[in-house]
Design a protein around this ligand. Structure first.
Ligand code: PRP
Length: 183
């Protein structure tokens, strides 16, 4: 689905499919250099990261492996605790592995803050974060993020894995959702 297919649903296109692909190629080149001969394990956080992992892994020139986690946001109802429930854990053992956690977006940072603490206890050789999008104005916790695609405004964005009520993940670019859709 392209932005032209849902033109009335977006107030603005932030990044097109081609701009995302170009930025991903730059990040992949960095990861190629940083992880040569390390066979990194890309850990995708479902569901949003599916597109990023699929595209990043194919843009890499080095070998990598993939695994997936599913989490629920912030436990039972408390928005600020940052406690994340693991709905699906990894199949892979992390001990001694070079791990890159891959996200579509970091908003408050609470999900990854919790996840990174959890994954660090599994004794990986290294543990880094790659996110396609980040909202600097929304961040609530300090996170060391090795690879960032784009910093975006603190608005309701959809596309490239990001959803509203389950929809728009298959939009090839990323745009700001019109308030008319969700109000
Ligand atoms: C999104 C995104 C991150 C999280 C970031 O997932 O994929 O996992 O929110 O938000 P935070 O920085 O404020 O913690 P979401 O819970 O929307 O699930 P989804 O990936 O299935 O869309």
């Amino acid at each position: 689905m392209d932005s032209a297919d849902i033109a009335n649903d977006l107030t603005e296109v932030l990044y097109t499919k081609d701009q995302i692909a170009a930025r991903l190629a730059e990040l992949a080149a960095e990861i190629d250099r940083d992880y040569a001969d390390k066979n990194p394990l890309l850990v995708g956080v479902l569901n949003g990261a599916v597109m990023v992992v699929a595209d990043l892994s194919r843009a890499l020139k080095i070998h990598c492996e993939m695994d997936w986690m599913a989490v629920s946001s912030y436990g039972s109802g408390t928005q600020t605790s940052g406690v994340v429930r693991i709905l699906k854990d990894l199949n892979a053992h992390l001990a001694g592995r070079h791990v890159i956690v891959v996200e579509d977006i970091i908003d408050t940072g609470l999900t990854l803050s919790y996840l990174m603490q959890n994954l660090a206890t599994r004794e990986p050789a290294s543990l880094q974060i790659m996110t396609m999008f980040r909202k600097p104005a929304a961040i609530q916790v300090e996170l060391d993020i090795a690879y960032v695609g784009f910093d975006i405004p603190n608005q309701f964005v959809v596309g490239y894995g990001l959803d509203y009520a389950g929809r728009y993940r298959n939009l090839t670019g990323v745009g700001i959702l019109s308030p008319a859709i969700y109000s």
